[in-house]
Design a protein around this ligand. Structure first.
Ligand code: SF4
Length: 684
C-alpha cells in the first residue's frame, strides 16, 4: 500500500511524499513524481525519515522526572498519571496570585501542520489565559517587511521561474534549504538565464551559479539600495509601473541618489565597485529577472529594512508584470488561511502579556511580572536553538519552574522536563498543510499506527483540557473538525473546494490564476494606500524611518568599534546540509555525514591566529564559547567564520553549540532573532 503524506518540516518546499507500507510498517519513502513542485525527490534529510521514525531512541511512553533537572533521568508513567500531574500543576499556578500568565507556551515549526502545530495547542493556551508567545525566531522580520511594503506575503509563482533570464539567489542556499526550486532554476539556465548567488559564504548553491558575490554579512540593504542608485542614474527604471503602483517613490529616489552611490556602498559591503555596477546593470537590463531571498539575510539588526529594500527591486524594473519575474520570500498569505480564523483568539483575556521567544533566556531568568513558573514546549527545542544559550540553560534548571515537553526524542530541552510526553511523527497522524514556497494545499494521511503510546499533539492538548475540566466545544474538536473549520473559514481560494476533495487528491493548487502575478499593474494591495508602500504607514507607526535604508549590524565597526576590535570575526551559523535547525541531528546516518561541529575560517584569519586545519578551536565572545574543528577554507571571506548548525549540545563533546555566542538582540522590524549579527574571536 502506498500512502500520500506531506513533509512537515520548516522548509518552503512542503514536499508530497509517497510512503510504502507493508504489514503495518513503513518500508520506503520517496518524493511524489506527480506533484508539480516536489518533482519526485526528497532532500537528504527527509530521505532518512524512516530512520528517524523507527529510531531506537523514539519516546514511546509518558515519563516523569526522577533525577536533577538537566540530567535527563525519568521513570515511566501512564498517560493518566502524567496528564493529571500536568493539569494539577498548571491549575495550581493559574489559581495562584501570579495567575495563568505565569504559564508560557513555547513552540515553533517542528511541524508546519495546521492541526498538530497550533491547531489545538493555541486554543488551549488562549482558553487558560497563558502568556502569549511572540513567535519571532525565524521569519518575523521578513514577514513584517513584506506586510509593510505589500500588505501581504505573496510573491512570484515559483513554477514560472523557468521563464526568467536572470535569477539572483540572494542569501539563500537553495540546494540545501529550498532544493525543489532548483529544477526550475535549471530550466531557466537551459533557456539561457544567468544565475547569480549573493551570499557571504561560497555555498554549494554558489558553486552551481554562474557568479558568486561574497557580500559582507548584514549589508544586503545597502547593496539593494545602491543597485537602485545605478538603475535610476542610468535611466533604467520603469517609470510607468512606479507611477501606477507605488506610494512614496520620490522619497526613496532622493535617498538612493544622495546616500547610496556605489563607491560608498562598496566600502560597506566590501565588494568591488565594478561588481556592484555590473550586478545593477545586469539586473536592470535583463527581463524577466527573478530574485529568491530566504530568511538568513534578515537575521541581523537591519533585517526588516534589508527585505524591504530587496523586495522593491522588481518594482523599479517592473518585473512584477512579467511571468517568471519578481521576487519570492514567502507566498504563505496567498492561501488566505489565518490562525486567528480558528485559534479562538477571542478567548485571550484583555491585557495578556506577550513574551518574545527570541528572548527566552531573559524570560526565564529576569522576567518578574509575573515570573514564568511553567513552560510547555512543543514543536521546538529551545535548549539547542534559542539564542544566547547560556542564559537559556541558566533558566531551565530553576527549581520553581515546571517544565512540560512534548517530543519525539529526548532532546537537550527534554532533559530539563518535569513531564515528558511522547509525540507522534508525521507518519502517525493526519494533518493539513499550506506552503510558503509553492501554491498547493496538502493533506497528510496517516501511514502507520502511532509507535508505542505516542499521541498526536492535538490529542495531548485535547486530553489535557479535559483533565482541567475545560469542556468548551472547540477544545473537544477532532482533528478532522479542526481541518474543516480551517478550510471553511479560509478565503475563497481555499474554501472553494472541500476537505474530502483534498483528502482524495492529497494536494490541490489553490484557486488563484495561473500564472499568479499578485503585483501586476492594476492590482489593489491591502496596504493603507492600496499601493506598494515604499513610504510605509505601518513602519511609521512603529516610530521607525518609513522609507528603507541600510541599518548596520549591532555588532559591527559602524555601531560598536570597540566590540569589533575585541571580536573581529562575524560568525554565521547556517543549517548544516544534513540538519534542519536542530531536527535530524540525532539521526545517526545524517550525523555521520555531517561529521562533527566545524568552523570554516579563511586562511588569512587562520594564519593570524596560528590555527591549522583540524585544530580544535574555541569560538567565543562575552556571551559564551563553543568548540569546533577548524576547516581552513576560501568558502568564507576574510573576517567571516561559519559554523554549520544547529548541533544538540548533548551530541557534542563538550555540550556546546554556536548559540552559546548568539545574542538576544532583536531585528528592526518583526522583533526577530539576530543569529547572524554576532561578532566572535577564535583561539586554539
Ligand atoms: S526539501 Fe523541504 S519539504 Fe522537501 S522533504 Fe526536504 S525538508 Fe521536507
Amino acid at each position: 500500500m502506498i500512502v500520500k503524506a506531506v513533509c512537515p518540516h520548516d522548509c518552503p518546499d512542503t514536499c508530497s511524499m509517497l510512503v510504502t507500507v507493508e504489514n503495518g510498517r513503513a518500508v520506503r519513502i520517496a518524493g511524489d513524481p506527480d506533484h508539480p513542485f516536489t518533482n519526485g525527490f526528497l532532500c537528504t534529510k527527509v530521505a532518512k525519515y524512516l530512520e528517524r521514525t523507527y529510531h531506537p531512541d523514539r519516546l514511546l511512553f509518558p515519563q516523569i522526572r526522577v533525577g536533577e533537572k538537566g540530567e535527563g533521568k525519568f521513570r515511566r508513567a501512564t498517560w493518566d498519571e502524567a496528564l493529571e500531574l500536568v493539569a494539577q500543576r498548571l491549575q495550581w499556578i493559574a489559581d495562584s496570585p501570579d495567575g495563568p500568565q505565569a504559564i508560557l507556551p513555547y513552540s515553533y515549526a517542528g511541524t508546519m501542520g495546521l492541526v498538530q502545530g497550533e491547531g489545538m495547542a493555541m486554543r488551549f493556551f488562549n482558553r487558560i489565559g497563558a502568556s502569549l508567545l511572540d513567535r519571532t525566531i525565524c521569519s518575523s522580520a521578513g514577514s513584517d517587511a513584506l506586510n509593510a511594503t505589500y500588505g501581504t506575503r505573496m510573491g512570484t509563482d515559483a513554477e514560472t521561474i523557468g521563464a526568467a533570464k536572470l535569477i539572483i539567489l540572494w542569501g539563500t542556499n537553495t540546494l540545501t534549504a529550498n532544493p525543489h526550486l532548483w529544477p526550475f532554476v535549471r530550466k531557466a539556465k537551459a533557456n539561457g538565464a544567468k544565475t547569480i548567488c549573493i551570499d557571504p559564504l561560497r555555498t554549494r548553491t554558489a558553486d552551481a551559479c554562474d557568479q558568486h558575490i561574497a557580500i559582507r554579512p548584514g549589508t544586503d540593504a545597502a547593496l539593494a539600495l545602491t543597485m537602485m542608485h545605478v538603475i535610476v542614474r542610468d535611466g533604467l527604471e520603469d517609470r510607468e509601473y512606479i507611477a501606477q503602483m507605488t506610494h512614496g517613490w520620490e522619497k526613496l529616489r532622493e535617498r538612493v541618489m544622495n546616500e547610496y552611490a556605489p563607491k560608498r556602498v562598496a566600502a560597506i559591503c566590501r565588494l568591488p565597485v565594478e561588481t556592484i555596477e555590473q550586478l545593477a546593470r545586469d539586473y536592470a537590463t535583463t527581463r524577466p529577472s527573478f530574485i529568491r531571498i530566504n530568511y538568513g539575510l534578515q537575521r541581523h539588526a537591519g533585517g526588516g529594512n534589508a527585505v524591504r529594500a530587496i523586495s522593491l527591486l522588481p518594482v523599479l524594473t517592473g518585473d512584477w508584470e512579467l511571468v517568471g519575474g519578481g521576487m519570492q520570500l514567502s507566498c504563505s498569505a496567498t492561501f488566505g488561511i489565518k490562525e486567528s480564523h480558528f485559534n479562538h483568539h477571542e478567548w485571550i483575556p484583555p491585557g495578556t502579556r506577550t513574551i518574545n521567544m527570541s528572548r527566552l533566556g531573559e524570560a526565564l531568568t529576569e522576567t518578574n511580572d509575573p515570573r514564568v513558573r511553567a513552560i510547555v514546549v512543543y514543536n521546538s527545542n529551545p535548549a539547542s536553538i534559542a539564542p544566547d544559550r547560556e542564559r537559556v540553560l541558566a533558566g531551565l534548571p530553576r527549581d520553581d519552574l515546571f517544565t512540560v515537553v512534548l517530543e519525539q526524542f529526548q532532546t537537550d530541552t527534554a532533559d530539563y522536563a518535569d513531564v515528558l510526553l511522547p509525540a507522534t511523527t508525521q507518519l502517525e497522524h493526519d494533518d493539513l498543510h499550506k506552503a510558503y514556497g509553492h501554491l498547493y494545499l496538502m493533506y497528510n494521511r496517516r501511514s502507520i499506527d502511532p509507535l508505542g503510546e505516542a499521541l498526536p499533539n492535538a490529542e495531548i492538548f485535547r486530553r489535557l483540557a479535559a483533565k482541567m475540566n475545560l469542556d468548551d466545544e472547540p477544545l473537544r474538536a477532532s482533528d478532522e473538525e479542526i481541518m474543516r473549520e480551517v478550510m471553511a473559514k479560509a478565503e475563497s481560494q481555499v474554501s472553494q473546494f472541500t476537505l474530502d476533495e483534498l483528502r482524495e487528491k492529497s494536494y490541490v493548487r489553490i484557486g488563484v490564476p495561473s500564472p499568479h502575478l499578485p503585483f501586476a499593474s492594476g492590482a489593489k494591495l491591502p496596504t493603507p494606500s492600496g499601493r506598494i508602500e515604499i513610504d510605509s504607514a505601518f513602519v511609521a507607526k512603529l516610530g521607525l524611518d518609513p522609507v528603507p535604508s541600510y541599518v548596520p549590524p549591532y555588532e559591527s565597526e559602524e555601531r560598536d568599534p570597540e566590540l569589533a576590535r575585541r571580536f573581529p570575526l562575524a560568525l554565521i551559523s547556517p543549517p548544516a546540509h544534513q540538519f534542519l535547525n536542530s531536527s535530524f541531528v540525532n539521526v545517526a546516518s545524517l550525523r555521520r555525514a555531517a561529521g562533527k561541529p566545524t568552523l570554516e575560517i579563511h586562511s588569512d584569519d587562520a594564519q593570524r591566529r596560528k590555527i591549522n586545519a583540524g585544530d580544535r578551536v574555541t569560538i567565543y565572545n562575552d556571551r559564551g564559547a563553543f568548540t569546533a574543528e577548524a576547516v581552513i577554507s576560501d568558502r568564507v571571506r576574510p573576517g567571516v567564520v561559519s559554523a554549520p548548525s544547529v548541533w544538540w549540545g548533548k551530541l557534542t563533546s563538550d555540550n556546546t553549540n554556536a548559540n552559546q555566542t548568539t545574542s538576544q538582540a532583536l531585528t528592526d522590524l518583526g522583533r526577530g532573532a539576530t543569529f547572524y549579527d554576532n561578532l566572535v574571536e577564535v583561539r586554539i
